[in-house]
Design a binder for this molecule. Structure first.
Ligand SMILES: Nc1nc2c(ncn2[C@@H]2O[C@H](COP(=O)(O)OP(=O)(O)OP(=O)(O)O)[C@@H](O)[C@H]2O)c(=O)[nH]1
Length: 318
């Protein structure tokens, strides 16, 4: 397993020898868009390392969240929802999900308690059945939204969807069974030394997290196709001389000038709100005061253009 672990983390082992009985390895959560995968990862890690949103397909990047236990270390890889490809970006996402599935030690299949089993769930369950070598734990998410009887019914429906190593109902909102889920996932990890130093919660560069927080703020309240058309690049992030302030310059890319007008809003009101919201989150993340300068730029049809995708940083992740 060692080659694979080094491959995925890209970092050397934190300690050359495994402490007696220690387990370490990777998991990923799969499921339809919007079932609560990113929120669940944040709950497991105990800090916001992935952005969430009430629009499907908020997640575009593979973020690793790291859960530290006395006897194990679980690294959560955040995958975009499995979905049928519509654009070039969509196609790349799909192959990313598939390649992630074969590289983890245990898969978490997420289905929400507050919706009946749909075609998307059946499609993904079938995909997972093909991963014979990797155990799959079925997770009923958003268990806070249903009463006991409905939860039981959903658990039953979930159990009939496939061959699961375990089934665990959880709520990332209330924390219900989050520890239990961590225990269950860790049981499936191979023996091995910790892969990351104690205290690390993610291996995403700070600039990436900052960009994601800006994108999250920009997505709030926008409709239709716009959420998929927004990409954020942090152009510069530097501590200001003789001050505790960090200067951040970021560009918000959209695909058309009509979208640019929406993002900016009347007399720039909307962009100011986005900036204020993002700044609060970034200050919490960095533990420092921040000056945030946001520019909105048009990159025509970037989702379909390989050159633009590369420029916006999607080639390294996808
Ligand atoms: N009530 C409740 N809502 C939740 C819970 N977990 C997630 N949500 C909400 O469900 C929505 C989607 O959550 P995400 O974590 O972004 O879902 P995702 O599966 O990562 O979505 P994609 O990025 O589209 O794949 C958000 O509005 C969350 O606040 C939960 O345990 N309880």
């Amino acid at each position: 397993m060692n080659d694979l672990e080094l491959d995925m983390s890209g970092t050397p082992l934190a300690s050359p020898r495994a402490p007696e009985g220690f387990r370490s390895g990777f998991t990923c959560f799969v499921g339809r868009p919007n079932v609560g995968k990113s929120t669940l990862m944040n709950a497991l890690v105990g800090q916001k390392v992935a952005i969430t949103g009430n629009r499907p397909q908020t997640t575009r990047r593979t973020v690793r969240g790291i859960v530290h236990r006395d006897d194990s270390q679980l690294i959560v890889v955040d995958t975009p929802g499995l979905h049928k490809p519509r654009t070039l970006l969509g196609e790349r996402l799909d192959s990313l999900v598939r390649s992630t599935l074969v590289e983890v030690d245990v898969i978490g299949f997420c289905m929400p308690a507050n919706e009946p089993v749909g075609r998307g769930d059946t499609y993904i369950a079938k995909e997972l059945a093909a991963q014979r070598d990797t155990p799959v734990v079925a997770i009923l998410t958003k268990a806070d939204t249903t009463d006991r009887e409905q939860t039981t019914q959903r658990l039953l429906a979930l159990s009939e969807l496939g061959e699961w190593a375990d089934i665990v109902p959880v709520s990332a909102e209330t924390g219900y069974q989050i520890d239990t889920l961590t225990d269950v996932l860790c049981e499936h990890l191979p023996p091995g030394a910790p892969l990351y130093p104690e205290g690390d919660l993610t291996d995403e560069p700070e600039e990436m997290l900052v960009g994601e927080l800006v994108r999250e703020a920009a997505l709030e309240g926008v409709r239709d196709e716009l959420p998929h058309s927004i990409a954020v690049v942090v152009d510069e992030m530097t501590p200001r001389d003789n001050s505790e302030l960090i200067d951040i310059y970021a560009s918000l890319y959209v695909e058309r000038s009509s979208q640019k007008a929406i993002v900016i809003g009347t007399k720039g009101a909307r962009l100011r709100e986005v900036g204020a919201r993002a700044r609060r989150q970034i200050e919490a993340l960095l533990g420092s005061r921040v000056f945030l300068d946001l520019r909105v730029r048009v990159a025509k049809d970037w989702q379909r253009d390989p050159k633009q995708l590369r420029r916006l940083g999607f080639d390294q992740q996808l």
